[in-house]
Design a binder for this molecule. Structure first.
Ligand SMILES: [Zn+2]
Length: 325
């Protein structure tokens, strides 16, 4: 958030919660001084200015915050750093994933200006469905932590309000922090190899039998990717190689892949080639984690002598078994 945005949000908060028009120049001046001259983090500057204004206008603190509806703090996605807190979130649903369990109604990724956070909505909570690309005010969600990653859980008491405003989620940038993983590439998933994408508008959806789920039958254009599973012996991580990373790890150009597929009139030959080429080898990958996927920007083969805790052979068998089934 910029100083101006922080100031505006303070003004809105006083307008909404206390019906008071605060002096916007003064608010911005105070925030700006704290942030620029005293190097105070913006959320702290915000708190300080709010407290000052509460005193100045003689407003009861509790009553003021209770007006926020839930009484919870509104926390930015990127600022969530403690489990088991009841908070409010305003965010856009930037991704929805397929729930892996019947007990989960929805699982996906929320984003706001500050970053992203995974959310889970339980089937038993019986909440309205959130839609991808839409922005919501979510009141009364609970934070959770797993392996150092935070999420929010929607629950029976969660209030969902659809917002017409757009939030600048800076989508190209979210999860842009580059992370390194190493492990054995234990599986290459369906949807890998030579694929076709829809070229209508900016669609880029992957075609299924020449059909786009949005635009129906389209010509499309070829692309390559690998959806794989990297296993370090403790955790299996879904990874995605885009065209460049796929060319890099396989040594196959898009042209070579297209030619190979044309030869036998079957695109699946490419994924099969990749599978026999890569599965069972050890790699170090680097790239951003977006949602449940680790995207590969850099990839390097590493020796098998790297110490993995699990019995690699056993692990591979397990995964091959699962993949065959
Ligand atoms: Zn399409």
């Amino acid at each position: 958030m910029s100083v101006t945005e922080t100031s505006q949000s303070i003004e809105e908060q006083f307008q909404n919660n206390a019906g008071i028009e605060v002096d916007s120049d003064e608010v911005e001046q105070r925030v700006s001084t704290l942030v620029h001259e005293y190097m105070v983090p913006e959320d702290e500057a915000r708190r300080s200015v709010v407290t000052h204004l509460l005193d100045e206008h003689d407003i009861e603190r509790d009553a003021f915050y209770a007006q926020s509806g839930s009484g919870n703090d509104l926390v930015a996605c990127g600022d969530i750093d403690k489990p088991e807190l009841w908070i409010d979130v305003r965010a856009e649903v930037v991704q929805l994933w397929e729930p892996k369990s019947d007990s989960i109604a929805q699982v996906g990724l929320l984003a706001d200006e500050s970053g992203t956070v995974k959310f889970v909505s339980w089937a038993t909570s019986d909440l309205p469905e959130l839609e991808e690309g839409e922005t919501y005010a979510l009141e009364n969600v609970v934070t959770d932590e797993y392996d150092g990653r935070y999420s929010v859980k929607l629950n029976k008491t969660t209030e969902i309000e659809h917002l017409d405003e757009e939030i600048d989620t800076d989508n190209d940038d979210y999860g842009s922090e580059s992370v390194t993983s190493e492990g054995a590439l234990v599986a290459i998933r369906p949807g890998s190899g030579l694929i076709k994408r829809c070229t209508r508008d900016d669609c880029t959806r992957v075609l299924n039998d020449g059909r786009c789920s949005e635009h129906g039958e389209v010509e499309g254009e070829f692309d390559m990717r690998i959806k794989g599973v990297l296993d370090d012996g403790q955790e299996a991580e879904p990874v995605i190689f885009d065209l460049e990373a796929t060319e890099d790890i396989t040594g196959w150009s898009l042209e070579k892949a297209t030619d190979a597929a044309m030869d036998v009139l079957d695109t699946s030959v490419v994924a099969d080639e990749f599978r026999s080429m890569l599965v069972g080898r050890y790699y170090e990958i680097e790239g951003p984690e977006i949602g449940e996927y680790h995207l590969v920007n850099e990839c390097e083969e590493i020796g098998e002598d790297v110490a993995f805790e699990a019995d690699a052979a056993h692990m591979l068998n397990e995964h091959f078994g699962a993949e065959m089934a």
